[in-house]
Design a protein around this ligand. Structure first.
Ligand code: SF4
Length: 762
């Protein structure tokens, strides 16, 4: 059996002693107690003896145990892997078909139609997986993070994935990080994975959840405290006695949504709940190994947990027993408040959130565990007993075929359907804009409630008028009965079919795994053959969906001068704004077609328009940024994007860097960057620069031409000179910062990180 086919227990038996050996070397060097994150990260160092170890400053070179791709970024990932000239992935790898399945009617028919619509993409991915030695999870298998939790994650594993909610696997004690496609491609090509050594944040939990409060409320509360950028370049560890009271899937909900804080990842120490889940998912044979290494590898040193304020950069303390159900949004996951405060907020002056709910959705990769569905079904059963059904459209997304088959077997699905729920395919669907919603429902401001994780405008149905408020599955299910956001099931009554008022009781504590084992459902996994070299990749040259990629040109050694600003964005500019999903998702494998959406959702800082700009060379207005960029490229003129704070937050969407590169962009200059997007820009050979003085953002005028000077002297930590040339002939010089290491500057000079890799394979 090759290392690529190893079961988790075989992998762990090889990995744990190796981690212990590396940590011993590290401990001799730094001689201080270690946090959980440090143990797992530093136990995966490529060079534990020589690696520089300064949190927030050093770039760690690590050896991940597994790489996972979802289908959208898997296309680009495999297209880029072809450019490395490798014959086979060097690290266990899997590809998951989950993002492209549209929600129209119900799970069965939606899956059938989506398989037909996306056959070119699935055929390409299936052939690439087989050729290069990756596992392939077919459409309908489930959402990547749920499948990883069920099959691949285990305490101490280092997993990287081309999706920002990869940290879901932290619920099983893995260090699981969302990365750009280029990072993933380099890793499967056999290079170490490089990441900024994260800082350390602890959430110290005491007490235990009860009543209507769920694991979701922990992360909704933390999101309110830390905000969407408060954990940038940090790992969040959930420690303390309360952490050991939460089920493994509840932990996964919390670590999944840690992505909304900008965290590198989030993790829990190993405990009995993880062993219970591993056993229920057929990996019980890991237990003796985990127990053997638990204190050494899978929990913080005792001194750290006893005095966290001394060892973490920041500590948040939460008493689970006192935590109330929360609800966050709309438009940002850090707009948090206890549910009990929402009714008053809706009545307050200036409120813009509609009280009436237009649709309710539960499930997704974040909240579709057996426990979640059981608690939602408990609420549904209470409604049935009083003759009530959901008064708003109610959509249920099982996270995986295994969850779907199990809750179909055990009755939860029947209960949710009896409430009026429509069960969608085991896929992302409405969570990523693949929701065919009646346009009449989205034309005017409308509120939806979901148990999802991300709620930026347009995220779910493509409409800026839709406001997504996020809560736990049991709260969302309760809200379907009242149809209004001002309802609080803990204090408010409903009217039963008999005309009498009644109150819901809090759902009973639910089993964290099924009493009998999970039902596997239909077979959805295709293992790669032992040797795939003779397999031909399925790519039609006339395809609208898949386009083979060519290496980017190397930097020509000259400064970038006279660059127009393709768009200066104002306010929140997420990767959803830079590279919108929804209907564009179908073109993700065809970069040229896809790039027409560049910056379509971003706000023009000068005019306030969304996705509109002016050609700075010709004065033509009303263009999309992609149109302007194509005109500049045709004129042989490089251009620049100016971004606001935390530019590129949100999904780890590599196309937000690929599209500007394809269309001739040279640099993005922002007040600050989100971590993954900054890394993606670097990998594609673009310059990611930030203002030394953030106020210089305001000095750029819409018809300025920008020079970047002295690029042949670019060096780590050295500022970059930038000149704004104003239309009146005047100019001013400002200074820019960057975070490029020496190796990353090679990417810029070679044209991309892949070009550097390509050279090393040739
Ligand atoms: S967050 Fe949504 S789109 Fe992303 S993997 Fe989860 S279900 Fe899919």
């Amino acid at each position: 059996m090759s290392a690529l086919d190893e079961s988790p227990v075989v992998m762990a038996a090889r990995l744990y002693p190796e981690m212990a050996r590396k940590l011993e070397i590290v401990r001799r060097r730094i001689s201080k107690p270690l946090t959980l994150a440090d143990k797992v990260l530093l136990g995966h160092l490529d060079d534990p003896a020589g690696q520089e170890l300064i949190p927030g400053s050093s770039y760690l070179k690590l050896r991940p145990d597994r790489v996972v791709f979802q289908d959208v970024l898997g296309q680009t990932g495999m297209l880029q892997f072809m450019q490395t000239l490798r014959e086979r992935v060097a690290v266990p790898t899997s590809i998951h078909c989950d993002h492209l399945i549209q929600a129209r009617v119900d799970g069965a028919s939606d899956l059938r139609i989506s398989v037909l619509e996306n056959s070119e993409v699935y055929d390409f991915l299936r052939s690439a997986a087989a050729k290069y030695g990756a596992g392939f999870w077919e459409p309908g298998a489930g959402i990547i993070h749920q499948v990883v939790l069920e099959h691949y994650a285990f305490p101490g594993a280092l997993i990287i994935g081309t999706d920002s909610h990869t940290p879901n696997a932290g619920g099983l004690g893995a260090c699981a990080v969302g990365v750009g496609g280029a990072d993933a491609v380099e890793t499967i090509a056999g290079l170490p994975w490089e990441v900024l050594y994260p800082k350390h944040i602890a959430v110290y939990l005491t007490g235990a959840l009860s009543g209507w409060t769920a694991p979701k409320d922990v992360i909704l509360n933390v999101a309110g405290q830390l905000t969407v950028s408060g954990a940038t370049n940090a790992i969040v560890e959930y420690i303390g006695p309360g952490a050991r009271t939460i089920s493994a899937t509840g932990k996964a909900t919390i670590t999944n949504m840690g992505a909304e804080l900008g965290a590198t990842t989030s993790m829990f120490p190993a405990d009995e709940h993880m062993l219970t889940y591993l056993d229920a998912t057929g990996r019980g044979d890991l237990a003796p190994l985990i127990q053997q290494y638990a204190s050494m590898l899978f929990e913080p040193d005792a001194a750290v947990e006893a005095d966290p304020e001394r060892y973490y950069d920041r500590v948040i303390r939460i008493d689970l027993s006192a935590l109330e159900p929360h609800i966050v949004g709309p438009h940002s996951p850090d707009r948090a408040r206890p549910l009990s405060h929402l009714a008053a907020e809706l009545k307050s002056a200036g409120n813009t959130i509609p009280e009436t709910i237009s649709a309710a959705l539960i499930g997704s990769c974040t909240n579709s565990s057996y426990e979640d569905m059981s608690r939602a079904a408990d609420v549904a059963a209470q409604a049935r007993a009083h003759g009530l059904k959901a008064v708003v459209p109610f959509l249920v997304t099982p996270g995986s075929e295994q969850v779907r088959a199990t809750i179909a077997r055990d009755g939860q699905l029947d209960e949710l359907e009896a409430l009026g729920g429509t069960v969608l395919a085991n896929a992302c669907g409405p969570c990523i804009g693949q929701w065919h919603r009646d346009p009449r429902a989205t034309a005017t401001p409308n509120a939806i409630v979901t148990s999802y994780n991300r709620n930026f405008p347009r995220r779910n149905d493509g409409s800026p008028a839709t406001m997504n408020l996020i809560a736990s599955p049991e709260i969302v299910t309760a809200l379907t009965l009242a149809g209004r956001l001002s309802f609080n099931p803990a204090t408010d009554s409903l009217i039963g079919a008999d005309g009498k008022p009644f109150m819901l009781t809090a759902p009973k504590p639910a089993p964290e795994v099924p009493p009998t084992r999970f039902a596997p459902g239909r077979t959805t996994y295709v293992a790669p053959p032992a040797d795939g070299r003779d397999i031909t990749l399925s790519v039609d040259p006339a395809s609208e969906r898949i386009q083979l990629m060519q290496p980017w040109a190397a930097w020509d050694g000259r400064d970038f001068t006279g660059m127009p600003v393709v768009l200066k964005t104002r306010g929140k500019t997420t990767t959803d704004h830079i590279s919108p999903a929804g209907p564009w998702l179908r073109f993700r494998g065809h970069l040229d077609k896809f790039s027409d959406n560049l910056l379509n959702g971003a706000t023009n800082a000068y005019t306030g328009e969304i996705g509109k700009t002016t050609n700075g060379l010709t004065g033509e207005s009303g263009l999309t940024p992609a149109q302007a960029a194509r005109q500049y490229r045709a004129a042989g003129q490089a251009w620049v994007v100016i971004g606001d704070s935390n530019y590129g937050e949100g999904s780890s969407r590599e196309h937000a860097a690929l599209s500007p590169r394809l269309l001739g962009g040279a640099a993005v200059i922002a007040r600050s960057f989100a971590r993954i997007h900054e890394s993606n820009l670097k990998k594609q050979g673009l310059l990611a620069l930030t203002f030394v003085d953030p106020d210089d953002y305001d000095r750029i005028l819409d018809d300025d031409r920008i020079d970047l000077i002295g690029l042949d002297r670019l060096a780590p930590k050295e500022p970059v000179e930038c000149r704004f040339n104003h239309a009146d002939g005047s100019s001013e010089t400002v200074w820019l910062k960057h975070s490029y290491s020496d190796a990353q500057l090679q990417w810029f000079r070679a044209g991309s990180a892949l070009n550097v890799l390509h050279k090393s394979a040739a």
